[in-house]
Design a binder for this molecule. Structure first.
Ligand code: AMP
Ligand code: MG
Length: 438
């Protein structure tokens, strides 16, 4: 299926329906269609593998737990010997510790004092917790009635059976995964190489921090917000600075970026203005797959290949850079790194304000999601939604997703929202003397 419409003359910014644009959904899937996930591997010690993508399937070489053992401190005995109607006295045959199992037997009328994690002694299958026991003399204990056979015992292999599949390939290793691998005695794992991502800003008007600003000049902020978004992911990041709006300078930067990275990101220069050379340079040196998406902000986004590298020419406006990164580049990087399709969480929340919108484009409004006293999620927009208003991203904790068909939101409507990562409902000062649940 070819999702890519022919590239025609530039649309006017006034239309909201442009037949030459891809929908957000089409753009995302056509990007994934062109990506071959990284297959180079390396072996790492367990601690170094935290957050990395595992390149092998882990089959358990043993049972976890290895032995049937007690889940409590108490007394182990045969379930058939439990007291029935009244408390009953037993002889304590010995003591079982987690590190020093009890090797003797347990006859009728006997029990074994047992600690949490100690293997169940031969002849026992039940543990009475010590809160239901009273020592009545040397080697004698009184156990209460009302106990059940098999209680307070962890079966061998109940967490992980020997031969069971524990972790699938393509998973990003979490703290719990490191714990599991170490419980299996596995000290090294194969992981995929991290993606290498190179990025640079384009624009004659851009200045670096520390330089004075002339008329019409702005400080380059996109490289910093891009750095921040890339840094959250597990990547090798290559910051290639600012490149001027000159075809030769862009050609040179494109070629060197493509030679060192799996994925190249630029910002600016993808519209149809006089100084917008990014698209033309991509067409000349690589292959352009599409360059317009029916969305707001972020309509011009040039996607294609530059040699072996994937190429994203993001728009120049600071909000558009962040929105297009989060909606297209991040899913692409995650797929490149893991071979798995990543779907961010989308939830429904009640709109506390109305929002104007015309059908045609998908809008990513910046929102503030909060939890009301009655436990309902509600959302407001952050105010001005212009693509240069970067404070809207900094104040927001979510995107409000208004799809192509949406023709505006009334106060009280339910809307889809995509929380930012890592998500926090609200940040505020700590109220004196109150705990986190108050
Ligand atoms: P462009 O797409 O290159 O026409 O840029 C669109 C707008 O974004 C212009 O107002 C640029 O000055 C601004 N812009 C482009 N790149 C950056 C950047 N790296 N940092 C801040 N603003 C930028
Ligand atoms: Mg520019």
């Amino acid at each position: 299926m070819n999702l890519i419409p022919p590239i025609k003359a530039a649309p006017s910014c006034a239309d909201d329906t442009d037949p030459t644009s891809l929908t957000v959904f089409q753009a995302r899937s056509s990007i994934l269609d062109t990506i071959t996930p990284i297959s180079d591997r390396q072996r790492l010690f367990l601690r170094d593998a935290l957050g990395r993508v595992i390149a092998e399937e882990i089959i358990s070489p043993l049972n976890v737990p290895g032995h049937t053992n007690s889940a409590m401190d108490g007394y182990a005995l045969a379930g058939d010997e439990l007291p029935e109607a009244a408390s009953q006295e037993y002889r304590i045959a010995g003591t079982a510790y987690a590190g020093a199992p009890y090797e003797g037997g347990c006859a009728s009328g006997e029990c074994v004092r047992i600690m949490t994690g100690a293997p169940m002694p031969t002849g026992t299958d039940t543990v009475v917790m010590q809160e239901h026991a009273r020592v009545v003399g040397e080697e004698r204990v009184l156990l209460s009635p009302g106990q059940k056979k098999g209680r307070n015992v962890r079966q061998a292999g109940e967490d992980i059976p020997e031969g069971g599949r524990v972790l699938e390939r393509g998973r990003q290793l979490t703290a719990a995964d490191l714990g599991i691998l170490s419980s299996l005695g596995i000290g090294e794992v194969a992981v995929y190489r991290r993606p290498r991502v190179a990025f640079f800003s384009t624009g004659d008007e851009l200045r670096s921090i520390g330089e004075p600003l002339g008329k019409g000049e702005v400080y380059d902020s996109n490289r910093y917000s891009l750095y921040g978004m890339l840094k959250r992911l597990d990547l090798e990041i290559l910051d290639l600075g600012v490149v001027r709006d000159k075809p030769e300078a862009l050609r040179e930067a494109f070629a060197s970026a493509a030679g060192m990275a799996d994925l190249v990101i630029t910002s600016g220069g993808v519209s149809v203005g006089e100084a917008d050379y990014v698209k033309a340079t991509l067409e000349e040196l690589g292959r352009i797959r599409f360059w317009k998406i029916a969305m707001k902000p972020g309509r011009p986004l040039a996607y294609g290949n530059l040699g072996k590298a994937l190429f994203f020419g993001l728009p120049g406006n600071p909000v558009a850079v962040m929105v297009t990164f989060l909606q297209f580049v991040e899913p692409a990087i995650r797929y490149l790194a893991t071979g798995r399709v990543w779907k961010p969480l989308v939830i429904r929340a009640r709109a506390l304000t109305s929002m104007r919108k015309r059908p045609g484009r998908f809008e990513f409004q910046r929102g503030i999601l909060s939890l009301s006293a009655d436990g309902e999620l509600s959302v407001t927009d952050t105010g001005k939604q212009g693509s240069g208003i970067l404070t809207s991203m900094s104040r927001a904790n979510c995107f409000i997703l208004l799809d192509e068909q949406n023709a505006g939101v009334s106060e009280g409507d339910l809307v889809d929202v995509q929380p930012f990562e890592p998500f926090t409902l609200r940040e505020g000062p700590r109220a004196e003397g109150r705990g986190p649940r108050d």
